[in-house]
Design a protein around this ligand. Sequence first.
Ligand code: PLP
Length: 378
Amino acid sequence: MNPMIYFDNAASTQMHEEVIKVITDCMHAIYGNPSSVHEAGRRARVVVEQSRRTIARLLHASPSEIFFTSGGTEASNALLWGCHKDLGRRIFITGRLEHPAVLKTLESLEKIMDVEVHFVRHQPNGHVSLDHLEELLKAHPSAVVSLMHANNEIGNLLPLKNVAALCAQYGALFHSDTVQTIGKFYTDLSKGVLDFAAASAHKFHGPKGVGFMFVKKGHALTPFVTGGGQEREMRAGTENVCGIAGMAKALEMAYLDMESDQKHISSLKQACMALLLEKIPGSAFYGDAAGSSLHTIMNISLPEGKQADMLLPALDIRGICVSSGSACSSGSIKKSAVMQALNTNPERPSIRVSFSRYNTLEEVQHFVQHLSDIHQSS
Ligand code: PLP
């Protein structure tokens, strides 16, 4: 059997060997509840607090600004709800290309609470229009802006500093879903760029079901998940001790190899784009793939032919895991919300390819060859 080619790293990543070791060692040795005051509990507490300090140190944050959650979705839910219920903000500005963790949360807030949501326009290449953002901020200076750092479907990068400067100029708060970028770049949260951020361990070779939120000092939020007094009364529920330890290790490992990983993954993306253009004439890329784009993600727009819901299983049979921006429902092609917002041609299948440190040039070559064969057989 051919080894699997895993090109769906924006969905989740393979855990780093060092991370697996930290988690399994922790599972053997640490079984107390970190809220218990006896020795077993204290040992678990040490693991949680050391992990918090590691994460805070790497991100140039204070440990008191990091709160553990079950992942990126919970972090954005808690932060956006907190902006309304605790900070009294009732106007939110976001984009139609955001992840459902943000869009659905704002939809709920609008439905249940006295909240207004405004959508910033995008340019045809998927970048946020900063001029329109400024217009919205002029009209709603006390808004909360929620815009993701890197788009999970097309990879476009947001100019965080420019958005932060606009927010600061008008007195708005800035939340960013940084799920696709934490662990991919050196991040400095001490610069005051972000008020809030959401992160998820499984996107940077850590375990699934654990993440954290960053809350800049001075923003007094109350818990979204209520119950016990864990996480300094900010997030109830017994901490995922070994998951948290694994997440801290994953971030440490990501920082250790940051530059070489960036270089390697960028070269795979470039090679993949060049090969696709050569082997499948008429193919193109959604978003700003050759410009301000995350090195790990690319979204291919294929010439008309077999639809993505036919291509994906054909690739899967050949051991290649990718994802698509559309799905077939009741005989018609249903585009993802991002593809709809970008107003893409439904006849051109979209395939998202997302790389990690574990991918190779040989895999890229195999993938392009298989995709070209399948596409030609349409
Ligand atoms: N935000 C973005 C941009 C994502 O890509 C994802 C995961 O796909 C999430 C949020 C959700 O993160 P989690 O799986 O940790 O809930």
